[in-house]
Design a protein around this ligand. Structure first.
Ligand code: ATP
Ligand code: TYD
Length: 237
């Protein structure tokens, strides 16, 4: 597969065209951002760790019947994916209260959310990814009601698979964000699943083992990602 021009450089990944018009290369960089890019740092090994982590999770989801864009690892820091028409909507499920929910509603961090909540955010850095709802998404054409229903259903199915996978590694899947796109008209899971876009706590101590270590300046960020990966069986060699 030939790597062609860079199409887009995001905060953590770069996207390249290939000789196949339906395939892209995602390059996972070491760059780490928080607070809408206000804080940026390069963390050694992050690109490789997230590339391998994401590949492992995407394969598990694919095996569980969830359509994903992931095709194969290309190098330590690159993966080949299907080229999607991304929908500008971020889907968030929360199993336990943390982060934005705690700030917004004043609930206690760590309280169990039963049933888990589902929220939509608009992918727009300039507006700081505001929370939206189905009505706004339909009115402004960000997604159709059918697409929203499918994304919601897939996001809950991902929860069933990943809650159990992490539980087997003595980890709590607190919350996570998914992005979807269209491939030949079908809704397909895109972007990445890594500790950058979810919260994971040790089940016994509730130690944070995700990007909150970076957001909160706790240190040991990539070591925590590697610990999580090891517990669920990701190969970082
Ligand atoms: P954020 O960090 O808020 O997600 P970003 O654009 O800075 O935004 P990156 O992960 O650095 O995020 O960039 C990757 C970009 O590639 C994202 O805009 C994402 O939506 C897009 N993308 C991911 N998977 C695909 C795909 N299969 N086809 C097309 N675009 C994709
Ligand atoms: P949330 O608590 O709403 O945001 P914050 O990161 O400000 O605390 O996020 C819920 C989960 O979704 C959390 O694991 C981070 C992830 N997420 C992203 O990675 N990117 C986003 O743009 C959004 C809205 C959430």
């Amino acid at each position: 597969m030939d790597k062609r021009q860079e199409l887009y450089a995001g905060k953590a990944k770069s996207v390249y065209a290939t000789d196949d018009p339906d395939r892209l290369i995602l390059h996972f960089r070491d760059d780490t951002s928080a607070f809408d890019g206000e804080r940026m740092e390069s963390l050694a090994r992050k690109g490789k760790v997230n590339n391998r982590f994401n590949a492992f999770i995407m394969e598990k989801l694919q095996a569980a019947g969830i359509p994903t864009h992931y095709e194969r690892l290309l190098s330590d820091t690159e993966s080949v994916v299907k080229k999607l028409d991304m929908l500008p909507v971020e889907c968030v499920i929360r199993n336990i209260a943390a982060g934005g929910l705690v700030k917004r509603l004043g609930v206690e961090e760590g309280s169990e959310l039963a049933p888990p909540t589902f929220e939509l955010f608009l992918k727009n850095d300039a507006l700081h990814d505001p929370m939206i709802n189905e009505s706004l998404a339909e009115t402004f054409g960000w997604a159709t009601p059918e697409q929203l229903a499918e994304m919601k259903s897939l996001t809950y199915r991902v929860n069933d698979v990943l809650k159990q996978l992490f539980a087997d590694g003595d980890l709590l899947l607190v919350d996570y964000k998914l992005e979807f796109g269209l491939f030949n008209g079908e809704i397909v899971l895109g972007d990445e699943f890594s500790p950058d876009g979810c919260r994971l706590w040790d089940a016994k101590t509730r130690e944070k083992l995700d990007k909150d270590r970076f957001r909160q300046g706790l240190g040991g960020v990539i070591e925590a990602y590697e610990e999580v990966g090891r517990r669920i069986g990701v190969d970082f060699s």
